[in-house]
Ligand binder design. Structure first.
Ligand code: FE2
Length: 191
């Protein structure tokens, strides 16, 4: 197993609601070449808060393959945000999204990501969030650039007294009403 990368708070700032937030110094670690038939990478995301925002993975699209990606939540309590890329005249228009899903995931849940969906995990629990995925095609800068340029995904997951508040990211021109689903409900949509 290789440690592939550590995403520090300083690197994550550009996609946080408040880029000056304080919180855990390292947001998440990615380990690769797990030596497992199905799973290629493991991501561990810190618990805690960046000001009021839950720690999260940076968010990305996939450019290097049209294969689906499968995630499995191993430990912790996660919310998986998926947003569908908007296409006009065959080209993506990244500050518009066609739909937004928020999947509340529990250990054991598997979630399949279709190629047109950008995605990011938030750790909404009090323990590390551990996920496996099977992505073997690597990443190119344009997987991350649209998310960087828009300062994150279409919504921020913010901790409030009731639990999780969704705050629209003002850099997007539209904000489809997010659909909250369990992993099972999400998977049934594509059956
Ligand atoms: Fe991915």
């Amino acid at each position: 197993m290789l440690i592939n990368s550590v995403r520090t708070l300083d690197e994550l700032r550009e996609v946080l609601r408040n880029p000056k937030a304080t919180g855990p110094e390292n947001a998440y670690w990615v380990f690769s070449q797990l030596g497992h038939k199905k799973w290629e990478n493991m991501t561990i995301t810190t618990p805690g808060l960046y000001d009021t925002e839950f720690p999260k993975t940076y968010g990305h699209y996939h450019s290097s393959s049209d294969e689906v990606e499968i995630y499995k939540l191993i430990s912790g309590q996660g919310v998986f945000l998926l947003q569908k890329k908007h296409i006009e005249n065959g080209k993506p228009v990244y500050d518009l999204v066609d739909e937004v899903f928020l999947v509340g995931a529990e250990p054991g849940d598997e979630i399949v990501v279709k190629p047109e969906y950008g995605h990011s995990w938030s750790n909404v629990g009090s323990t590390p969030l551990i996920t496996y995925d099977n992505w073997r095609y690597g990443h190119v800068p344009q997987d991350y650039e649209p998310i960087r340029d828009l300062q994150g995904m279409a919504y921020y997951l913010i901790s409030d007294s009731k639990g999780i508040e969704l705050v629209p990211n003002p850099k997007y021109r539209n904000h489809p009403k997010p659909k909250w689903l369990t992993a099972k409900e999400f998977m049934q949509l594509f059956d």
